[in-house]
Design a protein around this ligand. Structure first.
Ligand code: NAX
Length: 326
């Protein structure tokens, strides 16, 4: 169709936005023209105007229009895809409860605005942290939008896991399939090599090194964000934007045959994950819908890791329930 895909991006003047907008505008989601609708807080609008000047200066053939503003209901009007990137970072001396309530205010308001004005076919991807719980808050405040339309980003973790496994085995990334991130986008996440494959061979067997798997691979993937901050002096931005694009593209256009991707989506109780939590699963996507890959055997090691991350999500849910955000 030549009607532009209307895409909202929040936090558009931020680091991730600076990479994400140019890829969306240049056709990373396909040939269909896109209209960007960019939400920022009032003090960041001037900087955002500068970013829009640069978007103009690229003369992207697929960019059909840009609108910016600080009012969620205006910006979200008629959007088909909403990428919720803007969030409140944890400041010095900030307790977890403070972080959850600051973000709660953002994601309750944005959930309500999406509920009111988004297009009927809207899909909502949350990148801003704490991503799973922010998605839960937005979903809970948008009762008229099907719960399946919300997801939180674990695709960056998924891509990091693919890259680490490729480096360890010497295989190209294109040989790595069926990677899974389970649980929360946090240090408790569980990147699973027992179901992943390297050129069709079980990855845990191909690696053949449980010590590496437990003591190098898992912590390297789970703590990669901190390693990037340590090296670069700021948090991952281009890779986070790239993963946000990968996730949106596969959601809208489908995952590859014979493979799956990781997405944090509302649990139906699969794999013993408490119903209603937004937890990362192996999913296949087709025609804008996802479904959780069923029937994987979970051994005791994986069970313990999944349960620990899910317990953290249940704690976050209890905390935001206590705060009256959901
Ligand atoms: P920046 O601080 O550079 O940008 C965030 C932007 O959001 C700012 O411009 C700010 O003005 C804006 N903002 C704040 N409140 C807003 C609101 N209510 N409405 C609209 N905009 C608002 O952060 P950046 O590096 O771009 O990261 C954005 C978010 O992504 C952070 O929460 C970060 O923790 C999270 N990340 C998530 C990742 C993931 O894999 N899920 C990885 C990368 C990143 O750490």
């Amino acid at each position: 169709s030549s009607t532009p895909l209307k895409i909202a991006v929040t936090g558009a003047a931020g680091q991730i936005g600076y990479s994400l907008l140019f890829r969306l505008a240049s056709g990373a989601l396909g040939d269909r023209p896109v209209e960007l609708r960019l939400l920022e807080i009032t003090p960041a609008l001037k900087a955002l105007e500068g970013v829009v000047m640069e978007l103009d200066d690229c003369a992207f053939p697929t960019l059909a229009g840009v609108e910016i503003g600080d009012d969620a209901e205006t910006i979200f009007d008629g959007v088909n895809l909403a990428l919720l990137v803007g969030a409140k970072p944890r400041g010095p001396g900030m307790e977890r409860g403070d972080l959850l309530s600051a973000n709660g205010a953002i994601f309750t308001a944005q959930g309500k605005a999406l509920n009111k004005v988004a297009a009927d076919d809207v899909r909502i991807g949350v990148t801003g942290n704490p991503a799973n719980t922010n998605a839960l808050i937005a979903m809970s405040n948008a009762p008229d939008i099907p719960r399946e339309r919300f997801s939180a980003l674990t695709r960056l973790d998924h891509n990091r896991a693919i890259s680490q496994l490729a480096a360890k085995t010497g295989a190209p990334v294109t040989d790595i399939t069926k990677m899974t991130i389970w649980g929360n986008h946090s240090a408790t996440q569980y990147p699973d090599l027992f179901h992943a494959e390297v050129a069709g061979r079980n990855a845990a067997e191909a690696v053949g090194d449980q010590d590496w798997l437990e003591n190098t691979f898992i912590p390297t993937v789970a703590k990669r964000g901190a390693a990037i901050i340590e090296a670069r002096g700021s948090s991952s931005a281009a890779s986070a934007a790239s993963a946000t694009i990968d996730a949106a593209r596969d959601w809208l256009h489908g995952s590859a045959e014979g493979d799956w991707v990781s997405m944090a989506v509302v649990s139906d109780g699969s794999y013993g994950v408490q119903e209603g939590l937004i937890s990362s699963f192996p999913v296949t996507t087709s025609n804008g819908d996802w479904s959780i890959v069923q029937g994987l055997e979970i051994d005791d090691f994986s069970r313990g890791r999944i349960d620990a991350s899910v317990a953290e999500l249940a704690d976050e849910k209890a905390a935001v329930t206590e705060l009256g955000l959901i």
